[in-house]
Every structure is written in C-alpha cells, then in structure tokens.
Write a protein that binds this ligand. Structure first.
Ligand code: PGA
Length: 245
C-alpha cells in the first residue's frame, strides 16, 4: 500500500513571521492520515523542525558533503540538523540554474548516501508535449538522473511528475493526462535498479489546489502531490491534506 504524501514546496517565500502564522493556521494534523512534508527555504529549516507533525526537507542540495562550494547546501549537514528529504531536479533548478542530468544524478547519489529521502522531479515543457515527446523526455530524465542506484535504495526515492507548463500557471494537468504520465513513469521504473516500481510513490505537481486535488488523487498511479503556491498558507495546506484522505 502506497501512503499518500502531500509535500509543500515553499520555494523562495515566507518570512519568519509568515512561517509562524502558517503553523498557527495549520493547527493540529493528528486526524490527517496523509504524510505532510514541507521544503522551506533552508534558512527556515531549524524553525520547522520544532513542528514534529511535519517532516521537513530541502529544495536542493549539493553533490558534495563539504568543501569549497560557496553558496551550496551540504546533504551531510542537512541530515545532521534533522532534515528528512531533499528535492532534486525541480524544473526551476533545471531551467534557471541549468542543472544537467549528470549533476542531478550526482546529487541524488550523494543525498542517498547521507540517508536523505530524494524527491526526484521530472516533467516536460509545453513545447515537448505539443511535439508528442512526453514519454521520451520522462524516460531520459529518469534513466539518466537515477543511474547507479541499487537494491539498498529501494523505498528511498520518490518521483514527482511536474509538467513544466502546469507549474505556477494555474493550468493543472487533467487527471487523465497526469495518470497517463504516472503510469508511464511507473513502467520506466520497472527497468531501473533501486526501485520496486509498484511500491514507488509518484507525486503530481503543477497548480494543485484544495479544489482539484481529489480528482487527481482518485487515479491509481497518483500517490500524492508536490504543491507550490497552495502550500504557503496553513489553512490551504491543511485543506490539501484533508482532501487527500
Ligand atoms: P505550483 O508549484 O503548485 O505553484 O504550481 C509546484 C512546484 O513547483 O512544485
């Protein structure tokens, strides 16, 4: 049985007082059965660790444990302060910071070596969808980014399918489009070492809101959501978790 996961990606948002307001609004999650995770800006990780009902993680991490890498975030230090997971390969990292498949693969392996769960993000642009390249893009991102994993990594990597055209645009994929991509993703995982495809959690991301999450999650291969904008307010995040039951 794959457990539903709702993961908030706060991106470069939230001041300390906004974080405190978020948790005031969020209140108690003990009635919620979904896993509730948040990736805040790294400067807020320590603050989020005070709220044990949420597991927190990073939006990105380096491919090295330590050294002369100014501005980077060490996976070893993330583990050390109590982070549970890290995102790798979010489309904003791929497009704005030009992170290659090779670099994302190195980051994934290093995060896993440090016992962090990796949420590995994949997804096609609108241009690629219109050119019928969804499957080719997903296959190549998955195979190249997840090279070198082995049986010790089973259960440690979550996949997030995030069509780039749906991120922050209000244009959510239809449940059918999302299910089709998730089913295909699961079929690709069958042939990648380090995965038990049927047990792998695959999240959908891209304009998920409390009023569309149910339709997405009613599909067999959609196990949760990676949510940006709608995860910033405590009430909205709670609604997402409740709707996901
Ligand atoms: P969005 O972002 O929910 O604001 O579309 C999703 C993401 O980038 O992970």
């Amino acid at each position: 049985m794959r457990q539903v996961h709702i993961v908030g990606n706060w991106k470069m948002n939230q001041t300390t007082s906004e974080v405190d307001t978020f948790f005031k609004e969020l209140g108690d999650l003990s009635e919620v059965s979904a896993q509730a995770w948040i990736a805040p800006q790294a400067i807020h990780l320590d603050r989020l660790l005070k709220f044990p009902q949420i597991k927190c993680g990073a939006q990105n991490c380096a491919q090295n444990d330590s050294g002369a890498f100014t501005g980077e975030l060490s996976p070893k230090s993330l583990k050390d302060i109590g982070a549970h997971f890290t995102l790798v390969g979010h489309s904003e990292r791929r497009s704005i910071y030009k992170e290659s498949d090779e670099l994302l693969n190195a980051k994934t392996l290093k995060a896993l070596e440090n016992d962090l769960v990796v949420i590995f993000c994949v997804g096609e642009t609108l241009e690629q969808r219109e050119a019928n390249q969804v499957e080719t893009v997903l296959k190549s991102q998955l195979e190249n980014g997840l090279r070198g994993l082995n049986s010790t990594h089973i259960g440690k990597v979550i996949i997030a399918y995030e069509p780039v055209w749906a991120i922050g645009t209000g244009k959510v994929a239809t449940p059918e489009q999302a299910q089709q991509a998730h089913k295909y993703t699961r079929s690709v995982l069958e042939s990648i070492d380090g995965f038990s495809a049927q047990e792998t959690i695959i999240l959908y991301g891209g304009s998920v809101k409390p009023d569309n999450i149910k339709g997405l999650l009613s599909n067999e291969d959609i196990d949760g959501a990676l949510v940006g904008g709608a995860s910033l307010k405590g009430q909205s995040f709670k609604d997402l978790c409740t709707q996901a039951q």
